[in-house]
Design a protein around this ligand. Structure first.
Ligand code: DGJ
Length: 727
């Protein structure tokens, strides 16, 4: 609910309140974000003093207590006396770097605003409300519209800024944050999800210290190294207690998330496009829209915050039939089974083994096109390699369909190999600077997706492939970071726009596929989870979580990923042992339990599986189907942290009515004489009695406060599942 009174804007959600106000100088002051309160003007909490070296706006006259450097700002400016992080930096035509924003007007609208060409949460008039605040600089006439989308049910507040040049001279935008948040106290922990290829989104928590701490990416993708989802919380906050805030940027390119702890112990947070190599020329009359930032505040710890994110993403970000209507296919992918070394007969043999196990789909991974037999060439030539697949997809797909299975296909549409027909014909279609040798990544170059002609050509080639056979799924891969960022289609003074124009081009392509192939399921991928962000989830409701398929490493990856992103978005497969990435041997049952807490599948040569292995897989596939709704649409609870406890890791999926739960537990490496485990559960109804695996029954309060006895599991990496049903 949005309440507006005397230019005090109070945004209420079910359990939280967010407030700001336009003061007597037209400065937009942030007054509160936290547990739900009333409509009082909370600027009464702001205390003023004559602070040294804190300048005063000219219109404040001799009032030396009034300084932008000490007042909490809603969208911080630059060059006019606030020395903390600016949300916006612009270079004006006269060379000055000043943006002095003052309140002009507001507007409310039913439903959630949309952003042209950018991913955003969506919602109708019964689900969300929009508030738009217009600020302007009276000298340059630079105007900033701040957009707020309020989803009351999910404690979700979305923000974006639209910057319009209403002046008569061009302006260069050097920073344009999506959101900025001032907290009255810096007694907060900063939680980020950091990593690397094959070890993404590791949980990291640290108290704020003086100055700026930031994470981000300058790679042109959201990256394996840091994730555009971060948290701030009270030092004492944990899964069940304490105030915490989660902030996500719906953006798949270079980004920055920063927090600044200031000398008076307040803290400023800002998130948006990375300012690295960002310079956007705004001619008079032109506008620039930032990506969307979304925020969830939980007054009662991490679990409740996670449930808001998961529910909101599932219901207001995912789109298409695989949102709810259709179940995600249980698939087998040939990558770890064969790498590039496959042909039609090999694929059919995997599908033949998969069908009786209850697997729905065969996905043909990299290596089916052009001359591609390794990762040195072929990208860009999207025609079937008939040496491997005689008769093309027209011959292969019906053979898979005849086995009762669907067919999916791997593509990497943003790339080109030097050794390809496409590159030989159009060397200027790749991002590279003329007269400089291009930097290679996995021996390939990135196509210039800022260009519509390039996108059109790739789209046409891929449409032809997709229309040539009954293809129900694509895995959209992206296997290097951007470098040599320069477009042959833009003048020198617009090269600072390439990183962002690239992402706009990517989104335009993804939207085209979404519109023209509405039944197609697209799984995102970037060398595993190198582009796992809320922006991609608008187009691809599942993303290959990591190229690391080791069940034990996946416990850490899933744990970090789960804080914001729903289980159903995490592509997760059972692979062979010893695991390719870690050489670890884990039981097949454990690999199944870990992988089925996600968009489940297999990634091994099923034609080589033994009868005993097939029997286990048949059982786990049946379990996955049985628990599908609980796993995909239930609430996810982290029961232990693999970063704190290496003896065992446990988590649970609990139905919305709390009458059913699935608890999974995976042991670490075995040791002698282990202590017993009594696992305390979360999310149950204290007053209900639950029967566990059809045997013993316990009161919810017992399972939550006293715990559930876990039978002794001997041997490395053993695991179990407990199915709880209320009596
Ligand atoms: C990286 C992906 O993450 C893998 O699963 C696989 O598709 C390879 N690319 C293929 O090149």
């Amino acid at each position: 609910m949005i309440h507006i009174e005397n230019n005090v804007f109070t945004l209420h959600t079910r359990r939280t309140t967010y407030q700001f106000k336009a003061d007597e100088h037209g400065v937009l002051l942030h007054t509160y974000y936290g547990a739900r309160v009333g409509n009082d003007d909370l600027s009464c909490l702001i205390q003023l003093a004559d602070r040294g070296f804190a300048p005063n706006p000219y219109d404040a006259g001799t009032n030396r207590w009034y300084s932008l450097n000490t007042l909490p700002q809603e969208y911080s400016t630059c060059g006019v006396g606030d020395y903390r992080m600016p949300a916006i930096i612009a270079e004006n035509a006269d060379g000055s770097h000043i943006v002095d924003l003052r309140f002009e007007r507001f507007e409310t609208r039913p439903g959630k605003y949309a952003l042209d060409g950018l991913p955003a949460f969506y919602g109708g008039s019964s689900e969300a409300e929009t508030l738009i605040i217009t600020l302007h600089d009276s000298t340059t006439r630079l105007t900033v519209e701040l957009y707020y989308g309020v989803f009351e049910e999910f404690d979700l507040i979305c923000r974006a800024a639209r910057i319009i040049n209403r002046g008569s001279a061009p302006v260069r935008l050097l920073r344009a944050s999506s959101a900025c948040l001032d907290f009255p106290s810096d007694a907060l922990d900063w939680i980020t999800f950091d990593g690397r290829h094959i070890m993404e989104r590791e949980f990291s928590r640290t108290p704020l210290r003086p100055g700026v701490q930031n994470i981000g990416s300058v790679r042109g993708t959201s990256s394996h190294q840091h994730n555009p989802f971060v948290m701030l919380c009270e030092h004492s906050a944990d899964e069940d207690h304490g105030l915490c805030f989660g902030m996500a940027l719906l953006y798949s390119g270079s980004f920055e998330a920063a927090v600044e702890s200031n000398p008076f112990h307040d803290a400023r947070f800002a998130i948006g496009i990375s300012p690295h190599h960002f310079c956007w020329l705004l001619a008079p009359g032109e506008a620039f829209t930032t990506p969307e930032a979304a925020m969830v505040c939980s007054p009662t710890g991490f679990a409740a915050m996670t449930h808001c994110w998961h529910r909101a993403i599932r219901t207001h970000l995912f789109r298409g039939p695989y949102q709810f209507e259709r179940r995600r296919p249980l698939l087998v992918n040939n990558w770890e089974a064969t790498m590039f070394d496959f042909d039609a007969e090999k694929l059919v043999s995997i599908a033949r083994a998969a069908a009786p196990l209850g697997i729905d789909m065969l996905v043909m991974d990299d290596g089916w096109f052009g001359t591609r037999c390794d990762d040195l060439g072929g990208l860009g030539d999207w025609t079937v390699n008939e040496n491997k697949l005689p008769g093309g997809l027209e011959a292969l797909v019906p053979r898979i369909r005849a086995l009762g299975m669907d067919f999916g296909l791997w593509i990497e549409p943003e790339m080109v190999s030097e050794d390809s027909e496409l590159y030989r014909q159009h060397p200027d279609w790749a991002l590279r600077v003329p007269n400089r040798p291009p930097t290679l990544g996995r021996s390939q170059l990135v196509l210039d997706y800022t260009r519509k002609d390039v996108r059109d050509a790739i789209y046409a080639a891929l449409c032809k492939v997709l229309r040539s056979a009954d293809i129900r799924y694509i895995k959209w891969d992206f296997n290097r970071s951007l470098s040599d960022v320069w477009s042959a289609a833009l003048p020198a003074d617009r090269q600072g726009e390439v990183y962002h124009r690239y992402i706009l081009g990517l989104y335009e392509m993804l939207e085209r596929f979404h519109q023209d192939f509405p039944d197609l399921l697209i799984e995102g991928c970037s060398g595993g989870g190198g582009r796992f962000d809320a922006g991609m989830l608008y187009y691809t409701p599942q993303i290959w979580c990591s190229d690391n398929t080791d069940a034990i490493d996946r416990l850490r990856i899933h744990y970090g990923t789960s804080f914001c992103y729903p289980v159903s978005s995490m592509g997760s497969h059972v692979s062979a042992v010893p695991n390719e990435q870690t050489h670890r041997i884990t039981p097949l049952e454990t690999r199944g339990i870990v992988a089925m807490s996600g968009a489940f599948g297999y990634e091994l040569d099923l034609s080589q599986a033994t009868d005993a292995e097939k029997a286990i897989m048949t059982r786990q596939n049946a379990d996955y189907r049985k628990y599908y709704d609980l796993i995909h649409n239930g609430d996810y609870y982290r029961l232990t942290s693999p970063f704190e406890n290496d003896r065992y890791t446990a988590w649970a999926h609990v139905s919305a009515d709390k009458r059913e739960a699935l608890v999974s537990l995976v042991m670490g490496a075995s040791r002698a004489a282990l202590p017993f485990i009594t696992l305390r559960l979360r999310g149950l109804d204290e007053s209900l009695r639950y029967r566990v695996n059809g045997q013993q029954s316990y009161l919810g309060s017992t399972l939550i406060h006293a715990g559930c006895p876990i039978p002794m599991l001997m041997g490395d990496y053993r695991s179990l599942q407990l199915h709880l049903v209320a009596e």
